[in-house]
Design a protein around this ligand. Sequence first.
Ligand SMILES: [Zn+2]
Length: 287
Amino acid sequence: MIYSILIIITILIIIHATFLMIFNFIINPYEPSFFAKIFPYQFIHNLLFSKSKLKDSYFSIRVDINSSKENVKKHNQGVLELIKIANRYSIPITFSVVADFLPALSDEAIKMIDEGDHEVISHGLNHDDITEQNQLTPIKKSKELLENKFDQKIVGFIGSRGKHDSNTLKAAKKSGIKFISSGYLSQLRYWSFPYPFKKKDVWLLGGSIKSDYQLYEEENITPEEAISIWKEAIDFRSKRGWYTQLEYHNISTSEEKLKALEELFEYVQEKENLKPITQSELIKEVG
Ligand SMILES: [Zn+2]
């Protein structure tokens, strides 16, 4: 008995190891999440069986206007510059906004977001961990506050530091939120997935490449290096018809970082078979 169990376990380990080799060296996806590297089945499932395979390759950028009321005020001018650059290259931006910080955002910024092809999603009522709150109230309330200020329906949500759990999905659904935007988070197993997917009737986007925060703050690299990393990741994903999401922050609006972003926007705009899109439009394409 014990021998047959040992034999079965050995066979399973060999099969798993073979799978890992095929996934990591032959399929060789570009920087998959750590979870996908050691347990690639969910990634492969998304790749093979996604009902939401896209007609084209899409690129979306989510700009988080957040961290604190002071920072929203301090970086307001940077946000205005960022929108001007995006408009020049016809790149629609998905802005995630903390409802309690709305008074710190200038009327000019609100007007420019509304007048362009940009969209707003909720980043919660405050910037505290959503999973530690009664989730329905802050999600619903923030959606209402944002809808009162912006001339659009709010259908997306992203928790503080990207955190969410199954209660977030339930609260999102009850509030009329259709998707949870995700970001480059090491604890998030699906951030590198090829396509958005649905869980409990709510879309989870995945598709992320390294964010400005990851590159500038954690890896301490220059805007020039960041550009080449982003271009390489976008190339890899778009060639395969995968979705790409870049997460960006209003605090990365220094002149040289904005210049780098402008170069990236130009690259995206000129790239064939790559369509810049807002996240709610993307959900319409896959839904
Ligand atoms: Zn945030």
